[in-house]
Structures are given as C-alpha cells and as structure tokens.
Design a protein around this ligand. Sequence first.
Ligand SMILES: C[S@@+](CC[C@H](N)C(=O)[O-])C[C@H]1O[C@@H](n2cnc3c(N)ncnc32)[C@H](O)[C@@H]1O
Length: 270
Amino acid sequence: MLDQLEPQLTGVPRTMLMTTRARVEEDQRSDGIFHDPTVAKWWQSLVWDSELDPLFSPIAQLSWAVRAHLFDQIAQRHLAKYKDAVVIELGAGLSTRYHRVGQNCRAWIDLDLPEVTRLRQQLDRETDNHRPLGQSVMDFSWMDELNSEDPASLLVIAEGLLMYFDVNQGQALINRLRQKFPGATLAFDVVGGLTKGKSAKALAQLNAPLKWFVKSEQDVAAMGVSLVQVRSLIQENCRYRDRIGFYRWISWISNLPPLRNSSLILETIA
Ligand SMILES: C[S@@+](CC[C@H](N)C(=O)[O-])C[C@H]1O[C@@H](n2cnc3c(N)ncnc32)[C@H](O)[C@@H]1O
C-alpha cells in the first residue's frame, strides 16, 4: 500500500482530479462503460480535493467517462491499423489509457506539466514502451522525442486540454504538428459557447478558465486539419438513458447546434 498522496495542484492541473475520479467511479459501476482497475488502485492512495465537489455532478462524471471511452475507441482503431503506432497523450493527467487499451503500441508517452508528472511517477510504472514526460505542451520540443518513421502511425491525443489554451496556441500546435508529422492523427475535444455558463465560472474561480470556444467543427477544419470523425458529447451521453435521468428530454433537441456543439470530440489528420 502506497502512502497517501495529497496532490497540491492549482489551476488547470487541479482539474485532472475530477476526470480521474470520473474513471474511478465508472470502474466501480456494475454497468460501467469500461473498467479501469489501474486507476481504481491509484485512487486508494490519492486524497480527493473536496473544494472540487461543486463541479463533480453525476452528469459530469458520466460525460468524462463517455469522453474517455470515445478517445479509447479512437486509440484502439489507430492501434489496430498501425502495427508500429506511437501514441502521445498531451495533458495526460493521470490517464490510464495505456493500461486500458494501449499496451500493444510501439511507444506511448504521457505528457503533462512537471507537477502532474511527478505525481504519476509515484503511481505508474515505466515500461519499455510507456513513459511519462514532464513539460508544457507548448514547448514543442516534445515532438523531437517522437520517433515515428511513418508520421501516419503517430496518434496525438489531447483530451480535456485545448479549451484551456487560446485559439492562437491551438493553431500553433496544429501548424507545428503538420510541419513535423504530416498525416499524423490528432484527436482532441473542443467546447462551444454553451459551456460559458456555470461550470465555466467555477473553473475560472479555480484559475482554470476556458479560453477557446468553437461554433462548430468547421472552425477547426479551417485551421488546417482534415476531419475524420466528429462526435457530439451531449448526443453520446444521451445513449445512456438510464443514467441521465431528468436530462433525458435533452436527447430530443440535441441536434440543435448550440447543444450538439457544446462539446465535440474530433479525430483529425494533421
Ligand atoms: C482536464 S485535465 C485532463 C487530464 C486527462 N487528459 C484526462 O482526461 O483525465 C487537463 C490536464 O492538462 C494539463 N495541462 C494544462 N496545461 C498544460 C500544459 N501547458 N502542458 C501540458 N499539460 C497541461 C493539466 O495538468 C491537466 O492534467
């Protein structure tokens, strides 16, 4: 049994405790969308930050679990297609995707800021094909760490990350990736104007303000990537009718652009 770890995180890094807890709770459900014994084990050593309680509702938990599942599917398809796939998760937090679906890749890197990477290093085990990297995503030197002969075999995942950067930073990341790894897959999520409400205010109070909002996936396509697949998180949540309870009525209007585009999971080619 590990010692109790009380993450002393602030700003955006602090938010990863919520997405981590969402996966723990998913693992505990008998009807869970996925199982994640690794994160459940890590959670026994982590101390929850109760100031995050107001942001952690059952609907938020479901959304983060569904989002994780959608990114898992993208990773699984990529790994099935490319025998020598290299995967990097940007802003990985305590993502356990490698353990859930990624172990047969050639290389998998979990990149996050040094304070989060230090926490991961106390919980996770490095292997020949899996390691953490502690640096900012905006310091593009991480691209030099990727040894991928065929750029198309590279999968870059940014789950719950790019909305914390402004559009110019998003564009800079896309430009650099296209320059260095043309044909690589970039999977990420974006948020729409509807998210500017209560949760955005609570995030801003945590010093983790959302900065980049899109009208639709066309805003992203205009930045120079090709869209492969677009999923609306609200529509995906509506598949779990028994779990959304009162919000079931939203499924009737989830095609309306502000709702559909409130959170989109995009698989793109750089
Ligand atoms: C909402 S959390 C998502 C974590 C993880 N992807 C998940 O879904 O569980 C956002 C993550 O982005 C990381 N992050 C924020 N700014 C970053 C930066 N400049 N470079 C690398 N990671 C960053 C935070 O530390 C945090 O772990």
